[in-house]
Every structure is written in structure tokens, then in C-alpha cells.
Ligand binder design. Sequence first.
Ligand code: ATP
Ligand code: MG
Length: 704
Amino acid sequence: KSIDLDELSAGLNAQQFEAYAHTKGAALVLAGAGSGKTTVLIRRIARLIAEGVPPEKILVTTFTRRAADDMSERLVKLLGEEAVVGLWIGTFHSHCLRILKKEWAERFGKEGRFDLADEYWQKRVCRAILGKMGDYKSLPQPPFGQNMKLDPKLALLAISTAKNSGFDCEQGETALTKIYPDWEEPQVHSVAKFWRCYEQAKQKEFDVLSKVPARRLDFDDLLVEALYLLRDDKKAQEEYLSKFDYLLVDETQDTSEVQWQLARLLAKKHGNLFIVGDVGQSIYGFRGCDPKRTVMGFQASYPNGEIIRLPANYRSQGTVVTVANELIAHADLDDRYRLLMEPTRLSAQEPWLSQHLDAEAEALWVVERLREQLSTEPNMAFRDFALLYRTNAYSRCFEDALINAGIPYQITGGTSFYNRKEVKDLLAYLQLSVDPNSEAGTEACKRILNIASKKFGRPTRSLGMGFIKKVEEQAEKNKCSFYEMLKKGVYTTQQEVAILDFRKQIKEIHEAGETAQTRLMAARLSGYDDFIVNEDGDSEDEGEGSSRLDNLDELVAASQRFFAPEAMLTFVGGQIRKAKDAGKGQDAVNLMTVHKSKGLEWRCVFVVGFAMNLLPHHRSLRYVDGELLPDSLEEERRIAYVAITRAKEQFALSWPQYHNAKALGPSPFLIEMPTLAPLVDDALRSQHKEDDDAQALADEEFEE
Ligand code: ATP
Ligand code: MG
């Protein structure tokens, strides 16, 4: 396909064109959300290829795989399938994996093989380490943890952060003290010790099984090992430093220290490093990504580098831009990095602001708005809408409301609420408390018996699949239910103890009360909460502030609507079925956390749960003598900024007054956007009126 260069630069404004046309040396494109950073980066790649640079000489890094796929697609559209073959495009991790696989195999042969230490492997090893570290329950409470024990998930996050900041486990104490200045000494010690054990565990498989070496590398190791290789191995250095002539990095504000070192090293020879970023959108600080080193350190690293600012916003209609500017004006940013934008699109509809009694009411309102918008704008489809929330747990009411309305939706980077592991577990307990002998009861039985965990709280069972199979066979032979077979069968003493405990637990839950809610609470208190807290808390949120306990809280809140447990189980079964059917179509409303929405855009965006303690999330907030530390709001504000700037035409901010029995109140960020003030007033007033109406109605009914 012959490529017309004029076509590639068509429509770019002067600053965008400057970035597009930049060829030699380092350049930083610094611009706010929706100003065309990613667009310019893509067009620049296209131009380089069109001008004859072989695609394999270009290395591009994106923040997610989805972004990489999206970029490839857009490049193919511009240049055609053929032209982009050989291009290195992907996340830092994927590039490092590719380099290590090849180079280690060449250098060490069989010994150079490695496997990824995925989440499953990490979980297993964490448990072993905690066991080995002995009485870990007496370890000091992390200042951030909810429980009294070393939380492996938080320890892993700390280790990952430290590794990404360029430390190794020998420097454990120093690193952790530096990164977490408010940690106390015993805390630092225990995590550092945990870290050393963890590194050993990955190494060990390599030593013991050296005939079939299976050294484990976690995701951070990929970066660190690739960096060591390129830095210390002369041959690798020679090869890779001249392999690529052009390096391009998207979303630079959220690259870690190690990633940044990698990028600079790879560009050392020619210095052709083109990076784009927005300090106002850095939202991975909890993982140690600090734009101070990368974007803000650009000039120190590249004194002759060019800095290009893109002043115009092309994504969003005027009001979105105005409001986003107002919000980011409150960020604690040097004026050079506070990127206010000029709108290029006219203001269209007013944003929607709305306060509700609770999240259920909020969800109904969202669905109502969505339907209204679809009927007044015939050219809009489901896929033009997004619902963004701060944490995954908040999706529950919105999923329910969408399912009830028959609106298809898909969750990006997460599982739908009723399919989350802990939600399914708790519902299995509820099922068992209702009817352990039914088919569903058998499924529930197997599910609960399978939660194998020897050490931590209840369930204390570790019966295994073999046991379950055996019981199943016997039940069939004896023509009784699985649950009855547990009672009737002959088992080892150890198994008997476990079964007895299991049945006692189910009885306790059953006797706790008549309602779904009391039984769910009883199940949690009978040991399941302890189990969750102790096990590993592997919720899907990556440091997004949510946890599996939040999902359990949500489930209990959902049960309020039902009296009988049976009614709730039927309802949930229906929801899961309907969601499955609805999810099949391509055209669906998008649901995800704000973190997953980076770089994306939709015509209409609902930012839900825009309340104090939800966004900003209570786990990020720090208080001193009862006073909120403004510093702890910074990253949360940037998250709000990312959320609002995803909207092209319409955005809505809504929030509940109460959530899970806690009073919340609107997000403090609302008053930072004066343009919204009249709408906020309206929202507060109409909610009060709604409340009054509801109260009046209730009074009337009472009098009757
Ligand atoms: P973010 O910071 O959210 O990642 P960004 O700066 O990368 O945003 P893009 O995603 O590249 O912004 O662009 C935002 C939108 O503006 C896209 O829909 C893009 O097609 C459009 N756009 C960019 N530049 C222009 C232009 N010169 N003319 C018209 N539309 C443009
Ligand atoms: Mg972008």
C-alpha cells in the first residue's frame, strides 16, 4: 500500500505536527488528557515506517496489552497489514520476556529456562513461607493492614514496589524504610525477611531440579533481569542497543524506575527516545511509579531533549474540559506540569449530577439516564457508555440494575460480581443452610469442602478431590445425597473431625435465623471472614483499594431486599443466567475501575460512587489528629481527573448518601469544580425533596 504522508499528518495542529515530525534525539510530549498524545505517537510510528525505517527497528511500549492491540490495529489501518510486521509493540514486561527467553536460552541452554511465577504459584509459596517463618501471627500489625497478621498480598505489593524502584532483597530493610517511612521497625523486618524467603523460593526450584531447570521469575524479575542483562552483558548490550533505532513510550508518568532505566539504556546509543505523558494522570503511585523520576526528570536526563506541549483537547466537549481543568488546578503540581487544556469542541449537554439515598437508587438512576439517552440519541449504542468506579466491589448494584433492565454489559479487567470467588463461596454456605440435599446443595458442599486451608481459621478442612470423588461414588451407590453420605459414610478419624466440624458449621448458620441476611452474616462469622483475611486476600483489584471483604459486605447489603434465603438464591441464579445471555452480544455497556480506563474514551461516561470515602477511597486517606492530610488526596484527585476526562460528550457524577450503613456525603472534589456548583446544589436539594417525599409517603401509609 503506498502511503501518502500528507494523509498521515492530516488534521494535526501545529504542536501535534511538531511532535509527529520529530525524528532525531529525545522528545517529551507533555499534555493533558485527550490532547492527542497517543494519536501523535501512533502517527509518528506510521511516518517513520512510511519513510523507510524498518518496523523491527522500532520499539513501542504501552501500558496494557489492550492498548498495544489497539495501537497495532490503528497502525494497520494507516499502513496496511504488511507494513507493520516486525514492529516491537507491547508492554515493558512483554518485551523483557521476549528478550530473556531468547538470550538466556542462548547463554545457558537448558539452564536458562524459566517459568513465570504467576499468581497461583505466588500464593502457594507465600503460604509455605508464612508457615516456615513460624509464629507469624505474632508479627506486628502493618500500619496499613486490616488484620493483626502479615498480609502476604500487601507484602508482595511492597516487594514489587521495592524491586521496581531498583532495590534487591539484600537491601530489603533499607528499601522498605525508604519507600514506607511510616512503617515501624518490626514491620520492616518481617517483610524484608519474607522477601528474602520469597526470592530463595524462586531460585530453589532452579537448584534442586537443575536437570530440568525451572527457575521462577515474577513479573518484576522480568524487568530487573532484562535490565541486568542489558547493562552487564557486553554481547547483549551491543546487540540490543543497536537493534532499535527508535523508542517510543506511552503513559510515561506511570513507568517505574526500572522501566525508565531500561528505556534510557536501550536508547543510549542513538538517544532517539520519544515519550508522552501527563503527570496529572499518574495513578500508580502505590506501586512506586513516580513521575518525578521519569517525566519530570526528563530534562535532567536529556538536557537537549525537546519538550512539546499540546494545548488543545480534542476528546471532550467544552464543559468536560473546563471542569477537568478546575479539578487539576487543585493538584499539588508544579505549574510546568499542570496541563490546562483549551477545548476545541463546543459545550453540549450539561453534565448530570445526582445524589441518592444509596447505591441501589443510584444504579436505578443511571439505568434511567442511559435509556433516556439512547432514546433521544438514536445513533448511540450500548458500547458508547461506560460506568467507572473506584473499586470493583462497587459494581454490584449497577450490574443488578443493568441485568434487570435487560441491558448488556461487559466488565473490563474483572469478573462480574456474582462470579467472584468469595461471593460464590458465601452463597454456597447460604445454599447449604437451606437445602444441603438438593443438587445445588451438593454443588455447594463440594465447593465448600474444596476450600482447602489447613491453618487459618475455618474452613479448617483439607479433604481434597480424592475424598470428594469417593463420597460421590458412595452416595450414588447408596442412593442418597452427597450431604447424607457425609453423615453415613465411614472415614478416617481426621476426615471425621473435618466432616463433623463442617456439619456443625452448617447447623450454626441454619440456626442463626430465618433471613438470608442473618445467615450470610452467620456464615461470615463462623470462620469465613477469618479465612479470607488470613488466606491471601487475592481480590482482583490491583491495589485499587478494594478487598474481598468489601465484596462480602456488598453481598450482605444485597440480601437486605430478601427475607427468605431461597428468594435470594433464586434471584442470584437468575442474575447469573441473564448476565451470561446478555454478555454474548458485541454491543455492551462498559464497566470497569478507573484504573482500567486509562487512555480509553466513550461518548457518555458515568462516574459512580463519587462520594467521600469511595472516591477518594477511605483506604488512601490519612489523618493526623483527626485532620485529613491533604497529601493523601493527591493521587485520588488524579484518579477522579482520569475518570472525568474519559468522556467525549456527556458525563455524570453520582453518589449515594449511605453505603453499607455508612454515611458518606459527596466527594470533596466536587467543590473544587466551581462550574458544577449550581448542579451540586440542585442535586442536594432534589435528593432532600425525594427523601421528604419518601418520608411523607411512609407517614401516610403508617396513618392509614
Ligand atoms: P489520554 O491522556 O487520555 O491518554 P491522549 O492525549 O492520548 O489522551 P488521544 O487518545 O490520542 O489523547 O486523543 C483523544 C481523542 O482526540 C481521540 O479520539 C483522537 O482521535 C482525537 N484527536 C486527537 N488529535 C486530533 C486532531 N488533531 N483532530 C481531531 N481529533 C483529534
Ligand atoms: Mg493516551
